[in-house]
Design a protein around this ligand. Structure first.
Ligand code: PDD
Length: 284
């Protein structure tokens, strides 16, 4: 059975889901996106994703293509039509189709497309083994806070990591880790402090990050929001990444150096459990 996508007002089999070659997402990467996890057929951290979508659209002056109520209804209908129990809901908003011209076109209608991908999230095998990370220079633009579909730097970063036998890339700027190719990056120090870069234009403000840090603080865990160096990461007790697509995922190797003995450590395993429990409770 074919997957069902949503394109500008219509649900349609994925293979028939098409946008114009003049869509500015295609021509200029002039668009933004969100990826929301689905567990138990429900949306995880949904409000945070919608808030960030509005912020990204606002920074680019793209009008919302549908109301918030409609967007939630579309997500729910898409999950139902695809019979999705666990996986990801992807949405993309672009400035729409117009004759090619760099400046914003007058009267273009923003485009909204959505699709789902089935994925094992809660029982992901990688969470038991941990993942390997390779570092690459961060060659991205200076507005990484916008969840833009201009992802070529991350495509190259993650491809380089994959070719090195790794599952994620950590991007390095001025000797410090900015974030993962599609995740936020963390280390845990010997004295059990969780270190992650503060939110700024240098990284994406992860929705999973916000939930994990809130849950960690509520449980009395020490969180320090500051940039950390590659050397600190190599010396760390534990390391991990967070994203809607991985939740809390242990990192057990960076550039071939084992972290914390090469096994997922207790702090990361606990954080993952705490996050998944909360996600199950609060998903809508
Ligand atoms: N990426 N940083 C970057 C560069 C990302 O692309 C992502 C997510 C994150 C984590 O954000 P969140 O916790 O809101 O998912 C951080 C998604 C999953 C993707 O592009 O597939």
């Amino acid at each position: 059975m074919s997957r069902i996508a949503y394109v500008n007002g219509d649900f349609t089999p994925l293979e028939d889901a098409k946008v114009s070659i003049q869509d500015r997402g295609f021509l200029f990467a002039d668009g933004v996106y969100e990826v929301t996890a689905v567990i138990d057929k429900r949306l995880v951290d949904y409000d945070g994703h919608v808030r960030r979508l509005h912020r990204s659209m606002g920074e680019l002056k793209i009008a919302a293509p549908v109301s918030d109520d409609e967007l939630l209804a579309l997500h729910r209908e898409l999950v139902a039509r695809n019979n999705l129990t666990e996986g990801l809901a992807y949405l993309q908003v672009t400035r729409g189709a117009a004759d090619r011209d760099f400046t914003f076109p007058d009267g273009a209608t923003p485009s909204l497309v959505m699709f789902t991908q089935a994925k094992t999230l809660c029982e992901a095998p990688a969470a038991t083994t941990g993942i390997k990370v390779a570092t690459v220079p961060d060659i991205r633009w200076q507005r990484r806070d916008i969840k833009s579909v201009a992802l070529l730097a991350q495509v190259l970063a993650k491809q380089a990591a994959a070719e090195a036998g790794c599952q994620e890339a950590w991007m390095i700027e001025d000797g410090h880790v900015t974030e993962g190719g599609s995740s936020n990056a963390y280390i845990v120090t010997e004295d059990d402090r969780i270190i992650t870069r503060p939110v700024s234009n240098a990284i994406l403000s992860g929705i999973t990050r916000a939930s994990v840090l809130r849950l960690a603080r509520e449980r009395g865990l020490e969180v320090e929001e500051r940039a950390f160096t590659l050397d600190e990461a190599l010396a760390a007790q534990e390391a991990f990444v967070t994203a809607a697509s991985t939740f809390v995922m242990p990192v057990v190797e960076v550039d071939g150096h084992k972290i914390g003995g090469g096994q997922p450590g207790p702090a990361v395993r606990r954080l993952r459990e705490i996050y998944i429990d909360a996600a199950r409770e609060t998903a809508i």
